[in-house]
Ligand binder design. Structure first.
Ligand SMILES: [Zn+2]
Ligand SMILES: [Zn+2]
Length: 90
């Protein structure tokens, strides 16, 4: 099944009203459902819809995880004499 408007584009959704196949560019999500251009609710048309992305738009993948710096604790002992009270306690 391909888009009714773009025979070369595979359909990704169907209009809730007429069941017409729509590609990514033709679908009109509105009110929690997907409609075609002809049946999109009027109240939803005024809502701000993102402009269609260019065909060569590449969706940025998830950012690579930040490398976790490996901090080797060279000395696990506190730097102050353990006999004394910690300098941070009052
Ligand atoms: Zn429709
Ligand atoms: Zn289309």
């Amino acid at each position: 099944m391909n888009c009714a408007n773009h025979p070369e584009a595979p359909a990704v959704a169907f209009c809730r009203e007429c069941g017409k196949a729509m590609c990514q560019d033709c679908q009109r999500p509105a009110l929690g459902s997907i409609y075609c251009q002809d049946h999109v609710p009027v109240t939803a048309q005024t809502a701000a819809t993102p402009p269609p992305l260019p065909s060569d738009y590449v969706t940025p993948g998830p950012a690579p995880p930040l490398p976790i710096p490996r901090i080797r604790l060279r000395c696990r002992r506190p730097w102050w004499p353990t006999r004394l009270r910690t300098p941070f306690s009052r």
